[in-house]
Design a protein around this ligand. Structure first.
Ligand SMILES: Nc1ncnc2c1ncn2[C@@H]1O[C@H](COP(=O)(O)OP(=O)(O)OP(=O)(O)O)[C@@H](O)[C@H]1O
Ligand SMILES: [Mg+2]
Length: 657
């Protein structure tokens, strides 16, 4: 029997599972016959855990113990803006744990975010097993394109906790393009406009005969259908407050009722031009009187409430088109993904912006899972006939003095990619350095996501500038980052394990799995009557779409003959072919003595770059993988200007702006 691997679109609001079998792509419906299942987990008083649509129905009765939109929190630090925002609107308890990670507190128990996501993944796995009629252990899981490393790692952890082998983490828009274009012999440039529950992503892709190449991808993790709901909630709550002097936001039950009503109204506006909002008994007044909400909401009023959100999405589109070097009118197609794209106001705005109607034959709720399934099938299938070239959505940076972060791998560089840069010590006889790794687009370190930090020590006690430390930064096909530091002289390598904000070490993961809390998840994948899903009868269709296999493998554009096709884009993006002519060796510069910090004022935790301009610095740093380890002599380093120094003093602020 052919090995089965499914694709799961693990969404903020809804998840979807699909599989490729017998040459067709099937979305596997849940027990209610629905293609998507709510990504909601409800903890019941008796300790049982419900997942999916029945859990969603629980929100209104028991908001404190029903976890929804948790994807907005996965892989984030407790102090991040997103977490603050969620704490303000969610009735469930979000608490801080070790390493500034977060946990959801339910009763006396603490659950990590990967564990919550694992419950949804397990439900999807069960649906797949019931529908396919055999165990399912392998999966491709999709994530928003702009998920950072922490969020990807945490999603992978979730897969493991759910008992799945995660073959690949795939970007949602890339998956959508794959489902749209694969096997059709298209030669097109398309944009995937993905507005989901919690995030917005836009990707520009080139679909060729056998190659799917992402030209650019941009996104906003603060923009989705939930924000549209919030606008309606604010409208209702503000009106209620001025009428009755009661703030409904302070009552979790009332707030959940508002949420349910707001979402229902929004969805109704995708087919109606006006909706009636009625929430009887939304709250009791101090005098014990029951108070209700009743009002109509027109499409026009709704548009005025959310128009700025829609326009914000187009700012992100501008950026993506610019990075891809494509004009909106030059695109051959626009693919809409995500529930809110069913709204006529979104479709109209998209049509205006892109100067063309979006593709009508793509199901915005299923296309991502379908693409993941195609990719999953290819990874367990030896017949690889096409390639998928993805890019890293966020720049990878290293912290340097003055609270700045220098870019090492630019955003939109094709992955997998490896880059090496060389650094040295700032202080005489300095024994250790702390390397901070960030992801994001800001030169201000604190405006980026800190992926983690690690210390490298034990190099020779020599005058400053005489230690050469090669740090290689690698991003694999899942978009996951690995950083390794090596002392060039001794060959010693740093244990460069980045502490992730998912906060789960291997040990913790093991302990979670041993606790067996997953076993408390209620009989799942059942039908309306509560019976287990029977495998569906064999597919009687004869007109199935034959698809080949796609593989996201380690290929360079040159491997695919893409270099001849046009400009040497790889080089422009800083992803030079290792076989290219040798790039200039990284060089160091001795920092002027007035920048020297006395040892007693110093700590060792910041990397220092010198005052060379950006371009120069990047040129200096970008060597082919491994090149610096073998070709360079330490002597070369000290002769040329421009340097990367480990700065022992984080307070020092003599850097360039
Ligand atoms: N017919 C509709 N009209 C408007 N909005 C809708 C409709 N159907 C669903 N939505 C909204 O779509 C959002 C969920 O979209 P979707 O299921 O695509 O998100 P997701 O995949 O879970 O999220 P993400 O992709 O951000 O992780 C919710 O805000 C929901 O209210
Ligand atoms: Mg989605």
């Amino acid at each position: 029997m052919a090995e089965i691997a499914v694709g799961i679109d693990l969404g903020t609001s809804n998840s979807c599972v699909a599989v490729v079998r017998g040459g067709s792509i099937d979305v596997l419906p849940n027990g209610y016959g629905e293609a998507t299942t709510a990504s909601v987990v409800a903890f019941k008083p008796d300790g049982a855990i419900a997942v999916g649509n029945s859990a969603k129905a629980n929100i209104i009765h028991d908001p404190r113990n029903t976890i929804y939109s948790s994807k907005r929190l996965i892989g984030r630090y407790y102090f991040s803006e997103e977490v603050k925002k969620a704490k303000a609107v969610c009735a469930y308890k979000i608490v801080e744990a070790e390493n500034h990670s977060i946990r959801i507190k339910v009763g006396d128990e603490l659950f990590s975010l990967p564990e919550i996501a694992a419950m949804t993944l397990r439900e999807m796995k069960s649906i797949a097993e019931a529908r396919i009629g055999q165990p399912v252990n392998k999966v491709v899981i999709t994530v928003p394109a702009n998920f950072n490393d922490n969020q990807r790692q945490a999603t992978k952890d979730a897969g493991r906790v759910a008992g799945l082998e995660v073959l690949r983490i795939l970007n949602e828009p890339t998956a959508a393009a794959l489902a749209y274009g694969f096997g059709k012999g298209l030669q097109q440039r398309v944009a995937v406009y993905d507005l989901g529950g919690g995030t917005f992503d836009i990707s520009v892709l080139e679909i060729g005969q056998d190659v799917f190449e992402v030209l650019s991808t941009c996104g906003d993790t603060f923009l989705g259908g939930d924000d549209f709901d919030d606008r309606i909630i604010d409208l209702l709550a503000d009106e209620f407050s001025s009428r009755h002097g009661v703030n409904l936001r302070n009552d979790p039950y009332a707030l959940e009722k508002l949420k349910v009503a707001a979402e229902a109204a929004k969805q109704a506006l995708s087919i109606e031009s006006e909706v009636e909002i009625r929430i009887p008994d939304v709250i009791h007044s101090d005098e014990g009187q029951t108070l209700s909400i009743e009002r109509t909401l027109s499409s026009e009023e709704f548009t005025s409430l959310v128009n700025d959100l829609i326009q914000r999405s187009f700012k992100v589109c501008d950026e993506a088109l610019q990075q891809a070097g494509v004009l909106a009118r030059d695109l051959d197609g626009v693919i809409l993904v995500g529930g809110p794209t069913r709204l006529p106001i979104i479709r109209e705005a998209v049509t205006t912006y892109f100067q063309q109607e979006p593709q009508a034959d793509v199901d915005p709720d299923q296309v991502v899972a379908m693409g993941a399934a195609i990719h999953a099938a290819s990874l367990v299938n030896e017949d690889r006939t096409a390639y998928l070239l993805d890019v890293t959505p966020l720049s990878l940076r290293v912290g340097v003095a003055g609270g700045l972060a220098e870019s090492v791998i630019e955003c939109n560089t094709p992955v997998p990619i490896e880059q090496m840069r060389t650094f040295t010590t700032f202080q005489d006889f300095q024994e250790s350095v702390k390397i901070r790794v960030y992801q994001g687009e800001s030169r201000q370190a604190e405006e980026n996501e800190l992926l983690g930090q690690f210390e490298f020590s034990g190099f020779k006690k020599v005058p400053r500038g005489e230690v050469a430390i090669d740090i290689s930064f690698a991003i694999n096909a899942d978009g996951i980052v690995n950083v390794v530091a090596q002392d060039r002289e001794t060959g010693k390598r740093a244990s460069a394990t980045i502490t992730l904000s998912s906060g789960l070490s291997d040990l913790e993961l093991k302990s979670i799995m041993e606790q067996g809390r997953m076993e408390r998840v209620e009989a799942i994948a059942t039908d309306d009557a509560g019976d287990a899903l029977a495998p569906p009868p064999p597919d009687p269709r004869t007109d199935v779409v034959m698809i080949g296999a796609v593989d996201l493998v380690k290929v360079s554009r040159a491997d695919l003959g893409l270099v001849e096709k046009g400009a040497p884009v790889l080089d422009e993006r800083g992803a030079g072919d290792p076989g290219d002519e040798a790039e200039p060796e990284p060089v160091l510069e001795i920092v002027p003595s007035d920048e020297f910090i006395p040892p007693d004022e110093a700590s060792n935790d910041i990397l220092k770059m010198t005052d060379c301009d950006d371009e120069e610095k990047l040129d200096l740093a970008e060597t082919a993988p491994g090149q610096g380890e073998t070709d360079a002599s330490a002597g070369d380093f000290f002769e040329a200007p421009g340097t990367n120094l480990f700065d022992p003093d984080p307070s020092e602020d003599e850097q360039k702006d």
